[in-house]
Design a protein around this ligand. Structure first.
Ligand SMILES: Nc1ncnc2c1ncn2[C@@H]1O[C@H](COP(=O)(O)OP(=O)(O)OP(=O)(O)O)[C@@H](O)[C@H]1O
Ligand SMILES: [Mg+2]
Length: 333
């Protein structure tokens, strides 16, 4: 049987369970909003998409269940190219559930119970089976007792939870969630993290677009950063340096300045960290030296201090520091 190369990782191992965008382009009228996107979201993993307002995140996500059709390039689901006739789209939408950025776009029924029941009923569920699915979904998001409420009377955060409950009731293979933690309180946030983790452990593929660093860090297995319709970075460890550059909201912690020499022009540092015990440092500096210099320097920066870190290979050190929530600056001579 012929198998598409798309179904293999670069190391040759087989992957058939994923959503994939290949050289995807899309324009609203004559304005190109996606300029050639390559993207993979595996089943059993949480893929996080971040980037500025207007970067194109929602537009990209809407391609994953056929809500938008590429101007060129393609979307594959489990290795099969998405087609845009009615029958194919129904199949795709059963497999890939899209949770809208704005819950009002998704909630279509008068009452909470009806809204959650709508999808599974369309799939043929009825009676006790349907009751159970709806009950479990509402319980999972903390909306038990809301069954008879009119959807229009729910608060913003409650609508978000309802939208997620309706998604869960569908038992799809993939969940696309566009800013799921917008508008929710701390408990709602925990619920969303737990929901996403449960979906992952159930073997579902989840794609989350978010501006919420806490959510991204809590659930992300792989991160994609977007800018102006392009993927500009992707990786398995969150990269604070690039995130800041791309306007992704991060915490304002302290800073490490990397230099290959003790530079006395640096007046504002709180600590000087030296890896090789440099004796020539003025005693007015607070010195970090001896054991675990790297860890202690990073910790001081996370606490909000400015640390001058003296080491031989500043570029390599900058790379090592990328995964910490600190600013890293290389001091040019
Ligand atoms: N229906 C539309 N018609 C024309 N332009 C659109 C339409 N929808 C979105 N756009 C434009 O496409 C660009 C990308 O929008 P998109 O909603 O994908 O961004 P986003 O990354 O999801 O942003 P946000 O973080 O604000 O949700 C924006 O410049 C937006 O104004
Ligand atoms: Mg958006």
């Amino acid at each position: 049987m012929a198998v598409s190369v798309d179904n293999y990782r670069t190391d040759g191992s087989r992957v058939v369970v994923l959503i994939q965008a290949v050289k995807l382009r899309f324009s609203y009228r004559d304005r190109e909003v996606l300029n050639g996107i390559d993207f993979i979201a595996e089943k059993g993993k949480v893929t996080v998409l971040m980037g500025r307002n207007g970067a194109g995140k929602t537009t990209l996500l809407k391609h994953f269940n056929g809500l938008l059709k590429p101007s060129s390039g393609k979307v594959l689901i489990d290795g099969e190219e998405v087609k845009y006739d009615r029958k194919s789209l129904l199949k795709v939408r059963k497999k890939v559930f899209y949770v809208f950025q704005n819950p009002d776009d998704q909630i279509l029924s008068p009452t909470v119970w009806q809204d959650v029941a709508f999808g599974p009923r369309n799939l043929g569920l009825s009676g006790n089976d349907l009751e159970k699915v709806v009950k479990d979904a509402l319980k999972a998001v903390g909306l038990e007792g809301y069954e008879k409420r009119l959807c229009s009377t729910l608060s913003g955060g409650e609508k978000r939870k309802l939208a997620i409950a309706s998604a869960l009731a569908m038992n799809s293979d993939y969940y696309i969630m566009d800013e799921p933690s917008a508008n929710v309180d701390g408990d709602g946030f925990e619920m969303i993290v737990e929901t996403v983790e449960k979906l992952r452990s159930d073997g579902k593929g989840v794609v989350v677009s978010t501006h919420d660093l806490d959510l991204a860090k809590a659930v992300g297995d792989r991160f994609y950063f977007m800018e102006n319709g392009r993927i500009v970075w992707s990786g398995e460890k969150f990269n604070y340096r690039i995130a800041r550059k791309l306007g992704i909201r991060t915490f304002a912690f302290g800073k490490v300045i990397l230099s290959d020499q003790v530079n006395h022009a640096v007046k504002k540092v709180d600590y000087v960290a030296v890896q090789n015990g440099d004796a020539s440092i003025e005693r007015s500096f607070r010195i970090i030296s001896g054991n675990a210099v790297f860890e202690r320097a990073v910790l001081k920066a996370i606490e909000g201090y400015c640390v001058l870190f003296v080491c031989d290979d500043v570029e390599r050190m900058a790379e090592k520091m990328e995964k910490y929530p600190i600013d890293v600056e290389i001091l040019e001579e």
